[in-house]
Design a protein around this ligand. Structure first.
Ligand code: ACO
Length: 384
């Protein structure tokens, strides 16, 4: 007996492996609820700090609680000297940015005594990774460009600090709101591969930093968080709307996947694509390249039509990555930082899932179906 008859579900599709209060993905209806709020509302209205608090505490913060969290993040945001030295060494070797983030994330275990929250290691780990991810990404980007890192400004919020540390200039309100909308939109998304990886690690009662480093490894792959860069590359490669169909058709005929389309759970348009599409439209209309936005719409239309012809009945629709690419490009972020910026948002969800797993979860230990040989005869090495 093999396959589904034996309980084996390839890719664990449809398997419910955890209960969560953090987010709910309804793939048929195209809905995403984050801790009780439709993603459309949370993305548009909340600050990223409010979303972090909501995910960690299952309630929105009052004024004092929010100020406390902002203060704690500000204290944890600067990087320890060893982390900066590691980033300098990585930049001098030309290490890919996602690998540099993974290595630097491990150093979140380094403790700054001033920032300590009463020896609550899990809480400190969570604050360290959430607070430091933007500092690491921005510092690394500048080091790669041969520039010195910019220290965080304690007066600025999380999203504003990220742009400030990247560019060395206090960003405008429109850019901050667009980035905040993005970070809120990707903060949590059910039991996706990286979140599951984090929960598996912490289910052994391992620490949160280990869980987050494992999650980064899962996020890095092109089938998960690695898609937005390639999605934008395709839009640039197409260049003019009239070429969209021919270029995309050729890719499909060569057996390539169209990045930014298709999803394991959503069988309709990913609701996050709408949220980010609207944010991108606003951003491009005010200080962006409106022609690029129009071209992306044409590419999306052509891709969805071709995919329905290529895989009839599969309902391959636009996913979050397509408009992520457009929005982050509009914010001036280089493509090699797209997946890292995804991590800046998703680390909120990873840490919240770790808390939930530590509070209520059991060791995650599924089984495998053995499909190998039996009764093999042992042959000594000289006789093989
Ligand atoms: N382009 C072309 N064909 C596709 C695409 C695509 N974007 N997506 C799925 N297909 C095809 C597959 O080749 C497969 O065909 P087959 O049955 O003949 O082998 C069929 O549709 C089903 O695909 P699966 O891989 O079984 O779907 P799965 O649920 O495992 O994968 C995934 C979902 C990985 C997102 C897939 O749609 C894909 O590769 N998309 C492109 C990459 C991408 O955009 N990733 C970001 C996802 S969102 C996120 O993680 C944040």
């Amino acid at each position: 007996m093999s396959g589904r008859e034996n309980g084996f579900v390839p890719g664990l599709e449809g398997v419910v492996a955890a209960q969560t209060r953090l987010s709910h993905v309804d793939g048929g209806a195209g809905e995403l609820i984050v801790a009780g709020f439709p993603v459309e509302e949370l993305a548009r209205r909340a600050t990223f700090e409010e979303v972090v608090y909501l995910l960690w505490h299952d309630a929105l913060p009052d004024v004092r609680e929010l100020a406390d969290l902002r203060g704690a993040l500000a204290r944890w945001r600067p990087l320890p000297r060893a982390t900066l030295e590691l980033l300098r060494a990585a930049a001098s070797e030309g290490t890919p940015p996602m690998d540099a983030l993974r290595m630097a994330a491990s150093t979140a275990s380094l403790r700054d005594r001033d920032a300590s929250v009463n020896g609550d290691t899990a809480r400190e780990d969570a604050l360290a990774v959430v607070a430091r991810f933007p500092t690491i990404v921005a510092a690394y980007r500048r080091l790669l460009d041969g520039e010195e890192p910019v220290d965080p400004d304690p007066r600025l919020g999380h999203a504003a600090n990220y742009l400030y540390m990247l560019n060395g200039e206090v960003p405008g309100q429109g850019s901050v709101r667009a980035l905040e909308t993005y970070l809120n939109t990707v903060a949590d998304h059910g039991l996706n591969a990286s979140t599951f990886a984090a929960r598996v690690i912490v289910s052994t009662r391992s620490d949160l930093v280990s869980a987050v480093v494992g999650a980064l490894g899962a996020l890095k792959g092109p089938l998960h968080g690695g898609a937005p860069g390639p999605a934008l590359d395709v839009v640039f490669e197409i260049g003019e709307a009239r070429r969209a169909e021919a270029v995309l058709r050729e890719k499909l005929e060569r057996g390539e996947r169209l990045m930014g389309f298709g999803h394991r759970v959503y069988k309709v348009r990913d609701p996050r694509a709408d949220v980010l599409g609207t944010a991108a439209e606003l951003l491009y209309a005010t200080d962006g390249d409106e022609a690029l936005y129009e071209l992306a719409l044409e590419v999306e239309r052509a891709a969805v039509a071709l995919l329905s012809e290529h895989k009839p009945g599969r309902n391959l629709q636009t996913n979050v990555e397509f408009y992520t690419a457009l929005l982050l490009h509009g914010l001036g972020l280089p493509t090699e930082l797209f997946t890292l910026t995804f991590a800046v948002g998703r680390v909120a969800g990873w840490t919240a899932h770790c808390f939930e797993q530590l509070e209520r979860g059991r060791l995650i230990r599924p089984q495998s179906e053995y499909v190998g040989e039996r009764d093999r005869e042992w042959v000594p090495s000289e006789g093989r």
